[in-house]
Write a protein that binds this ligand. Structure first.
Ligand code: 3HC
Ligand code: NAI
Length: 644
């Protein structure tokens, strides 16, 4: 056998699965496990079987790459049944993660033991499917119905202690896992065996329980959660074989759906983006201390992101008053985390203790990385880097968080251009996952690799972007805004366009989103270009800004806002400002409006790809999903438009 090794320890067989990197269940693995069950049942010298895995994890689930292909026997549910029906008890010995089909195999075993930091879960809903090998049928029999509903519908894994408490595992093993599993097996053989999970009784729940469970998962968009509840309910109210057939039916239907294909696309996109092939083997530099210039919206958010990752921070501001404001900005973000129960007071103090704030650039002398987040003005940024260059170590990485400016111009004259690049965070920087990494032609591969390793440390989704106005994300957003304005000119209302994009799956439409972040940022950027002599025609939003309507912060933008209330209300004033410039008859349906806007984004994405600004279409999808709220279950604008 190629993927499974079998050795004997006395009268106990130890099966070790070795299918790197994550022991995903392929057709070959299913065949070999089945054959092992046959062989071990036939061997009179074997009294029990320990199932363990080599490498970094227990079985992480079915091989997602096989989902698009015709199914091959033995099927996973049959294999799980085969293991459960084995003549000798199997003991799953879990380290790393037992996920999806991996946990289903473990539930087919008579016992499960795990190391203290192991995690166990059923993440199938994140892939637009439900568990397909008894996850909705065995789990409620093992841990009870409410806990099973939580495990299956949240898609979030449990840590070993929680799994032990719920009865998902039987023991936590300290020290060597295989030794511990063997000890457990010997002790178990001296007692009566528990019932196989499929034969355990199930406690039915009433209608009210199921209505509540269904209501909790009835969010627009994602399809799998509601179907998982349906499958779990059926499993609690019907015999095991009928429940298995029912689960399989839903699983197969969902696996072949557009939504599951889209979510698989995102799954693989998220694994490809952080590891550009050209950086393979290149060692990143260590990042210990981070300097941040500017303690405004972005500087404070970036500081919190760094502190949350345990990195000490030096924040530089213009004068003492600005230093104090910057510290206040950081503290108020952390206060928010405490209010939401994400952080304790003690953790807040620890975060603040790791922040040094000063107006003295000399404090940057021992920083490994400096990120500039000052005003979006080329002159200010160049002056900043002039000062940074004088105090920083020669090998410190220098980064700008500019939204639109050309990093090559910002870094002109800085000694060591190979250590410079753009790191474009998104607001709020401590929450938003996206990080556009923008190398210049001079950036050294080692520096680029350092940026990707920083992203991993901060828990960000890095996407490599080339230099153009707005990089990937803001360039597509500009096109999106322009197309949305065109729909207004054609006679659609602000409310109609926003509602169409909410129906499509965005949390906010394009106009609500602009009101939230402020119309003045893009306005000022266009004004800058006009000041340089470029012919930039007025947009409708420019007209609103000129009328004093900059968004929520001025009490009105595309919509009106009552004092202290973020609820957008249709605005007569906006209608009056726009009236001379709009005039069409509208008439597109909500779906047609969304299609127009998504097509515009994909078209801009195509241009970005053809110019080499993005390396792959899937990177553009990630930018939109992680930076702009594009609904994940559509796969992103490129995937949704058929561009691969
Ligand atoms: N199938 C195929 N490939 C997989 C895979 C899977 N289930 N899980 C991970 N991989 C691949 C990744 O694509 C990546 O490949 P690459 O090196 O070529 O890019 C490699 O394994 C390593 O993955 P990560 O970078 O994610 O490694 P980490 O160590 O960061 O994380 C993990 C490991 C926690 C296991 C994570 O990979 C993960 O969450 N995997 C998905 C688990 C999952 O969704 N399982 C359910 C599958 S569906 C199922 O089981 C259906 C069943 O009910 C019938
Ligand atoms: P902001 O106006 O909130 O903060 C800028 C800060 O820089 C101010 O606190 C100011 O005192 C400080 N500053 C100015 N000159 C300085 C100097 N010479 N030395 C030290 N500090 C100085 O601006 P914001 O929104 O934080 O933007 C900063 C940068 O991040 C800009 O380049 C912007 O384009 C970019 N950005 C902004 C995003 C946003 O949503 N606000 C998103 C992504 C990038």
């Amino acid at each position: 056998m190629d993927l499974i090794d079998c050795r004997m320890d006395g009268d106990i067989a130890v099966l070790t699965v070795n299918n790197p990197p994550v022991n995903a269940i392929s057709a070959q693995m299913r065949r070999e496990l089945w054959q092992s069950a046959e062989d071990l049942d036939a061997d009179p010298d074997v009294r029990a079987v320990v199932l363990t895995c080599a490498g970094r994890t227990f079985i992480a689930g079915a091989d997602v790459r096989e989902f698009g292909q015709p199914p091959v026997e033995p099927h996973l549910p049959d294999l799980v049944d085969r293991i459960e029906q084995a003549g000798k008890p199997w003991i799953a010995a879990i380290h790393g993660t037992a996920l999806g089909g991996g946990l289903e195999i473990a539930m087919g075993c008579r016992f499960r033991v795990a190391v203290p930091d192991a995690r166990m879960g059923l993440p199938e809903v994140n892939l637009g499917i439900i568990p397909g090998a008894s996850g909705t049928v065995r789990t409620p029999r093992l841990v009870g119905v409410p806990a099973a509903v939580d495990l299956v519908t949240s898609g979030k894994p449990w840590k070993a202690p929680q799994a032990l408490k719920a009865g998902l595992i039987d023991e936590i093993v300290e020290g060597d896992l295989t030794e511990g599993a063997l000890r457990f097996a010997r002790a178990a053989l001296s007692r009566d065996l528990p019932q196989p999970v499929s034969e355990r009784p199930i406690e039915p729940q009433d209608d009210a329980f199921w209505s509540k469970a269904a209501e909790k998962v009835s969010k627009p968009g994602m399809q799998a959660q509601a179907r998982a509840v349906e499958s779990l309910r059926f499993a609690t109210e019907n015999p095991f074989p009928a429940a298995m057939a029912h689960e399989r039916e839903i699983f197969t239907e969902l696996r072949d759906s557009d939504q599951a294909a889209a979510l698989r696309h995102v799954f693989f996109a998220e694994r490809a983006a952080p590891r550009p092939p050209e950086l393979k083997g290149i060692q990143p530099r260590d990042i210990g201390r981070v300097g941040i210039i500017g303690g405004g919206t972005m500087g404070a958010g970036i500081a919190v992101a760094c502190r949350n990752a345990g990195l000490p921070v030096v924040m530089i501001e213009r004068d003492q008053a600005a230093v104090a404001r910057g510290l206040d900005n950081i503290r108020s973000i952390l206060d928010g985390s405490v209010r939401r129960g994400k952080l304790t007071e003690a953790q807040l103090d620890d975060r603040m203790d790791g922040v040094e704030a000063t107006q003295d650039y000399a404090a940057l002398s021992d920083c490994d990385l400096v990120i500039e987040a000052v005003f979006e003005e080329i002159g200010v940024k160049r002056t900043v880097f002039d000062q940074v260059g004088r105090v920083c170590r020669d090998d410190a990485v220098l980064a700008t968080n500019t939204s639109y400016l050309d990093p090559r111009r910002i870094f002109e004259g800085v000694a060591g251009p190979e250590r410079c690049l753009g790191l474009h965070f998104f607001s709020p920087a401590h929450i938003m996952k996206l990080l556009e990494i923008v190398p210049t032609p001079d950036t050294a591969p080692e520096v680029l690799a350092t940026a990707f390793s920083l992203a991993a440390k901060l828990g960000k989704m890095p996407v490599r972007a080339g230099i153009c106005e707005g990089f990937i994300g803001n360039r597509i957003f500009k096109r999106y805004r322009a197309e949305a304005e065109r729909l207004l000119v054609e006679g659609h209302s602000v409310e109609e366009v926003d509602a169409a994009m909410r129906d499509y799956g965005f949390r906010m439409g394009p106009f609500e989103a602009q009101d939230l972040s402020g119309l003045d940022i893009a306005f000022l950027q266009r004004e800058g270009l006009r000041a340089e002599g470029q012919d930039v025609p007025d947009t409708l939003s420019d007209r609103l800004v000129r009328a004093g309507r900059k968004g929520q912060k001025t009490g009105g933008g595309w919509y009106d806002y009552a004092e202290g209330d973020r609820k957008p209300r249709p605005s007569e004033e906006t209608r009056a400002v726009l009236a001379p410039h709009v005039g069409g008859t509208g008439g597109l349906s909500s779906q047609q409006i969304a299609d127009r806007l998504v097509a515009a984004m994909a078209d801009e994405g195509q241009q970005i790809l053809s110019e080499g600004i993005a390396s792959r279409a899937s990177d553009i999808d990630l930018v939109e999903i992680h930076g702009y709220g594009f609904p994940r279950w559509t796969g992103g604008p490129m995937f949704a438009s058929g561009v691969r």
